[in-house]
Design a protein around this ligand. Structure first.
Ligand SMILES: *[C@@H]1O[C@H](CO)[C@@H](O)[C@H](O)[C@H]1NC(C)=O
Ligand SMILES: *[C@@H]1O[C@H](CO)[C@@H](O)[C@H](O)[C@H]1NC(C)=O
Ligand SMILES: *[C@@H]1O[C@H](CO)[C@@H](O)[C@H](O)[C@H]1NC(C)=O
Length: 186
């Protein structure tokens, strides 16, 4: 039988892994190798379209500061390429912006004509659907053995956990499973 101490230890371990996952957001360089530019007609809408941005992710704008900048604006101003009341302005040429809230984050280049030419991007962090109200491993009342079996066919549970922890976090949880069984079978 696993002792209460061991179960507690596992819960703490799981929590630490989950917290590490939150702290280590993915880094996305806007436009990938092209960077933040008007050259080459980079489609920033397409660039953002296949990415699942999450809280803590870091968005990097890399550009020549002589020619461009980064201005965060409201949705209306984004649509109109209007920079009259910026939410924030970045001008270093290597701006790293950590996304800390859900929803849309609209950025454009404030140099005249650039936004109209398509130098604008919408970073949208979807609100993850609520998973289990009390994920396994977070409560010291729940024995560690109640981890969901990770069967490859259990797609919905896997994707729900991916939403919650991100793929690396989920992987870490899976890697802990042998540890969990080791403790619980002792
Ligand atoms: C998005 O698409 C690009 C190329 O079309 C691909 O290289 C990249 O891996 C995709 N990213 C994701 C998260 O699917
Ligand atoms: C830009 O937005 C401001 C309000 O934020 C508005 O007063 C102004 O008329 C707008 N300019 C254009 C060209 O749409
Ligand atoms: C941008 O800044 C990051 C660190 O904040 C650094 O690792 C990277 O090399 C910089 N890129 C350029 C082109 O200066």
């Amino acid at each position: 039988m696993a002792s209460i101490f061991e179960n507690r230890a596992m819960a703490v371990l799981c929590l630490i892994f989950a917290l590490l996952q939150v702290a280590n957001g993915a880094v996305y360089k806007v436009g990938d190798s092209a960077g933040w530019t008007t050259i080459g007609n980079v489609n920033y809408k397409l660039w953002a379209a296949n990415k699942t941005f999450q809280l803590g992710d870091i968005i990097v704008f890399e550009y020549n500061p002589q020619f461009h900048n980064v201005i965060q604006v409201t949705h209306a101003e984004y649509r109109a390429c209007n920079t009259s009341s910026p939410i924030s302005t970045h001008t270093t040429g290597n701006d790293t912006i950590t996304i800390e809230t859900h929803g849309h984050h609209f950025f454009l280049c404030g140099v005249p004509g650039h936004c109209q030419a398509g130098q604008k991007v919408d970073i949208n962090v979807l609100r993850a659907p609520s998973v289990a109200p009390n994920p396994p491993g977070f409560s010291s009342q729940v024995p560690a053995v109640t981890f969901p079996p990770s069967s490859p066919t259990d797609v919905s549970a896997n994707s729900a956990l991916n939403m919650h922890f991100g793929k690396p976090g989920w992987l870490l949880l899976v890697l802990q499973l042998p540890l969990v069984f080791y403790f619980s079978n002792k």
